[in-house]
Design a protein around this ligand. Structure first.
Ligand SMILES: Cc1ncc(COP(=O)(O)O)c(C=O)c1O
Length: 429
């Protein structure tokens, strides 16, 4: 198997590159003491193992939002002091995000609602006739927005991904965009984005990296990896719902149709409309989600201040324990594209022989107070590929899996509770 990873060096792979010199302790999450009812009416501590869907809010994020609330006022267009303060906080959030992903000084940083919004925004700005090249392994947010797309089969190993992208891009004339996820939301596996960026550029194409599942778990450096665009969501990054970002090269974004028509996106309106050609105002019409941007930036700051070494070490310890525990249970099968040893973030999807995914997820919640996700995780072609099933439609529960995902706030007890609960369910068959 190829040893390609998304990273350029062992230090990057370990998450240690550009670490803060003296990391702060890992911050706490809100809701760590949440109790939930289980069968029989008992209350148990909630084991939240659904971080890949939405991660809980970090305490420093909550504090930043609370600090901004008393002085919040109109953004960008107000003369009052509170308006200026709010505008400064919003624009500071942009700088923070820029630094967090290691963007180039002239990259655009556009606040969106989420990753889906960001990929759709970029899709609307592609040059006339552009073709996207996308693997069938993508989340629907990265699979579906493209007006014209070439879809590639799930590659059997990382080097095959690079080879398939190479071949597909070579066969396309005109502007082209390679779209790839950095860490799979189904298997957690890391994709060789550095090598894919290299191939894309060799063919005069650009690359968009869907980093929704990477940035909560690993340091990302857009400049070092030579990526053209990255997109991610605040709610998977320990910030509350409603804000995401698209970061990347300005030219397509400066020329593309404004994402929303309205105030803020225009320089002047008479009989004709003169749109801003700076991507940020052009694509952020209307009053933006200031608190969402502040929350997202506070999460970036908190992760950077903690340092990736410690975060990655703890996550690796817990995900290794979880995977080993599940592997020790007869009838449990982990879904994986590139094998057990391929590097991954804290996500594991699995099936349990004798049960549907829905039955497992319901029992974990109702009997053990464990929150997981079941289904096809908005990655229908990929999950079907991994399960070897045909298209049975959205409601086809036989073509589904259970997904457990971890992050800051996950404890060893949560992980062990899940393993023992699955063992218990299997023992009842
Ligand atoms: C890899 C990946 N990309 C995109 C998305 C879409 O994120 P959002 O729902 O925040 O738009 C998700 C969400 O699960 C994801 O896991």
């Amino acid at each position: 198997m190829s040893t390609l990873t998304i990273f350029d060096s062992a230090a990057d792979a370990a998450g240690t590159a550009q670490d803060a010199p003296a990391g702060r302790p890992i911050p706490a999450v809100l809701g760590a003491d949440l109790e939930v009812p289980v069968k029989g009416g008992r209350l148990v501590g909630y084991a939240n193992l659904d971080y890949a869907a939405s991660a809980p809010c970090l305490e420093p994020v909550s504090a930043a939002v609370a600090a901004a609330l008393p002085a919040y006022s109109s953004v960008h267009r107000g003369a009052g002091y509170a308006s200026q303060l709010t505008t400064a906080r919003y624009e500071q959030a942009r700088h923070t995000v820029r630094a967090f992903v290691g963007a180039r000084p002239d990259d655009a940083v556009i606040f969106t609602r989420n990753t889906t919004d960001a990929t759709n925004l970029l899709a609307g700005c592609l040059p006339e006739g552009a073709t996207a090249v996308v693997f069938d392994t993508e989340h629907h947010a990265s699979l579906l927005p493209w007006p014209k797309a070439v879809r590639l089969a799930p590659p059997a190993f990382p080097g095959e991904a690079v080879r398939a992208a190479d071949e597909a891009l070579a066969g396309i004339d005109g502007p082209k965009l390679l779209v790839v996820t950095a860490a799979s939301n189904v298997t957690g596996e890391l994709w060789p984005i550095a090598a894919l960026a290299h191939i894309a550029h060799r063919h005069g194409a650009r690359i968009l990296v869907d980093a929704a599942q990477l940035v909560p778990h690993r340091k990302l450096n857009l400049t070092a990896l030579d990526l053209d665009y990255v997109a991610f969501s605040g709610h998977k990054l320990y910030a509350p719902f409603g804000a995401g970002v698209l970061v990347g090269r300005r030219d397509w974004l400066a020329e593309g149709k404004p994402y929303l028509a309205g105030g803020g996106a225009v320089r002047s309106v008479g009989d004709d409309v003169e749109w801003h050609d700076d991507p940020e105002p052009r694509h952020e019409a209307g009053t933006p989600n200031v608190l969402g941007a502040i929350a997202l930036a506070a999460a970036c700051d908190a992760l950077t201040a903690t340092g990736w070494t410690e975060l990655v070490r703890e996550e690796e310890r817990l995900i290794t324990r979880l995977r080993a525990g599940l592997a020790s249970i007869a009838g449990v099968r982990e879904l994986s594209l590139w094998g057990d040893d391929h590097p991954r973030v804290g996500i594991v999807s699995f099936t349990v022989a004798g049960y549907s995914a829905r039955e497992v997820a319901e029992a974990l919640s109702g009997e053990y107070g464990i929150g997981v996700r079941d289904g096809k995780f908005c990655a229908h072609p990929f999950v079907r590929h991994l399960l070897g099933t045909a298209d049975g439609g959205c409601e086809d529960d036989t073509a589904s899996a259970v997904r457990a995902s971890i992050g800051i706030g996950t404890t060893q007890e949560h992980v062990d509770r899940l393993v023992e609960a699955v063992r218990d369910l299997v023992s009842r068959l």
